[in-house]
Write a protein that binds this ligand. Structure first.
Ligand code: 5AD
Ligand code: SF4
Length: 464
């Protein structure tokens, strides 16, 4: 079979990163192997995101740049997948004559058939069919990068929550969960190939299995926790309204479950939360966090925020800052509100000006920066167990004991903090030896976005 080169450009969230692996996996039997060199590619896939306006613009501008390459090499297959493809469908073919294939978020398993047709008859295809249930669920063993220790595994797709600002329910369809047996099979396959950590993905993992009457999310976690060879489990994203006591208790029970939760709150004001259709109040959110911290006192908490939602007043924005101060997040993502197609808030009155949105975003980020610095400084002098992801960019130019070169490594603590460290023992000069291992690190200092320290041997009161 002729070897063909596949270039995938992924824009967007972890779900798209996972989908990119699936795309590569289903196209492998057709002879496609992934390349980083777009100039020599036989097929280019742009895996798109439409959650905010900027991401959509990025997708179209990349696609626009491909026109020249396609003109020089007409045999190149140009495909657009993901959320923008789902949203725009046929319109992409009209707008961009050099695009051969537009495939939506539910069409990945139909890709091989479509690509074969394009290869043989140079036709143009659009497939944006959405289905209520997951029709094809085969664990696909997507390619792993060299030294990769962590992988995403989708456990469900779609969303039924209809937050008023959000495009996801319109482009990813109705919520549907994968069967737990398929999920376990896929994780086992990955662990057999060296993966030590999985992140379970879904728009709202807390409602996993409810609709289909499968097991609960906490029960799924228990099954994943029992997989031999797996070291750590993470998950994202959790909707606060569905955070169950059963899941909260899991943080006290499951040894592989990382001590971190990403719990997007979006706003600290109850009127805004209600107009966002989030279906919880700020006090209910704080209560759930208090229960989590009771079960797992050092759990790291991160969140998403939207500033400048239509109608947001200065006072309402202040309540968001107050909530951030009350929670003292370990980190957060903040976004300026943008109108999205089909999302009801696009029609809400009281749009906030770009300049006010920018000011609010800056105030929020400044506040969090102070909190992050204080929290990082409080970690100095403590030992954290880090899953080593590989050498940091650039070698230390110093040498360690016995004249062996010192290597700077990086990994993540259970709390998801990035930790850099130096290890001077002779073994660690060989990069395979530490990658994928757990190392105890004495934290000695803090950068704005990460920590650094030194490797200590044995158990010195290390925390997971
Ligand atoms: N405008 C700005 N931010 C948005 N998000 C989702 N939709 C919008 C929008 N229309 C943010 C939310 C969500 C994160 C993934 O993206 O904070 O949690
Ligand atoms: Fe969008 Fe809300 Fe669903 Fe998250 S829970 S994907 S914000 S609709």
């Amino acid at each position: 079979m002729k070897v063909k080169r596949l270039y995938i450009n992924t824009i967007g969230c972890q779900m798209n990163v996972y989908d990119a692996g699936q795309i590569a996996g289903v196209l492998a039997p057709l002879g496609y192997t992934q390349t980083d060199a777009i100039e020599s590619a036989d097929m280019v896939v742009v895996n798109t995101c439409t959650i905010r306006e900027k991401a959509e613009q990025k997708a179209f501008s990349f696609l626009g740049r491909l026109a020249k390459i396609k003109a020089a090499r007409p045999s190149l297959i140009v495909a657009m997948g993901g959320c923008v493809a789902q949203q725009e469908g046929e319109a992409v073919l009209k707008r961009m004559p050099h695009v051969d294939l537009v495939f939506g978020t539910h069409a990945i398993f139909r890709l091989p058939e479509m690509v074969r047709r394009i290869e043989s008859s140079h036709c143009r295809i659009v497939d944006v069919r959405l289905s209520e249930t997951i029709e094809t669920d085969r664990p696909v063993d997507g390619p792993l990068n060299e030294g990769q220790v962590s992988a995403f595994v989708t456990i469900m797709r779609g969303c039924d929550n209809y937050c008023t600002y959000c495009v996801v329910p319109h482009v990813r369809g109705r919520e549907a969960s994968r069967h737990p047996d398929r999920i376990i099979e896929e994780i086992r396959m990955r662990v057999d190939r060296g993966i030590r950590e999985v992140t379970l993905l879904g728009q709202n993992v807390n409602s996993y299995g409810n609709k289909e009457g499968l097991c609960s999310f906490a029960e799924l976690l228990e099954r994943v926790n029992a997989i031999e060879g797996l070291g750590r489990i993470r998950f994202t994203t959790s909707h606060p309204k569905d955070l169950s006591d059963e899941l909260i208790q899991a943080f006290g029970k499951l040894d592989k479950l990382c001590r971190h939760i990403h719990l997007p709150v979006q706003s600290g004001d109850d009127d805004i939360l209600s107009r966002m259709n989030r279906r919880y109040s700020s006090s209910a959110y704080l209560e759930k966090l208090a229960r989590l911290r009771q079960v797992c006192p050092d759990i790291a908490v991160t969140s998403d925020f939207i500033v400048g939602f239509p109608g947001e007043t200065d006072r309402q924005f202040q309540r968001t800052l107050e909530l951030i101060e009350a929670v003292r997040y370990d980190g957060l993502f903040a976004f300026m509100y943008s109108d999205r197609p089909n999302a009801p808030a696009a029609k809400f009155s009281g749009k906030v000006s770009e300049s006010v949105k920018k000011e609010r975003l800056q105030a929020l980020l400044d506040l969090q920066q102070t909190i992050t610095r204080e929290k990082h400084e409080a970690m100095v002098g403590r030992v954290r167990t880090v899953l080593v992801e590989g050498p940091s960019r650039g070698l230390d130019d110093s040498t360690g004991a016995g004249g062996s070169p010192k290597i700077r490594w990086s990994g993540r603590a259970s709390s998801n903090h990035i930790v850099h460290f130096s290890a001077s023992d002779a073994h660690s000069a060989n990069k395979e030896i530490l990658t994928g291992e757990f190392a105890d690190i004495m934290i000695e200092g803090a950068y704005a976005h990460s920590l650094w320290g030194r490797r200590v041997q044995g158990s010195m009161g290390a925390e997971p």
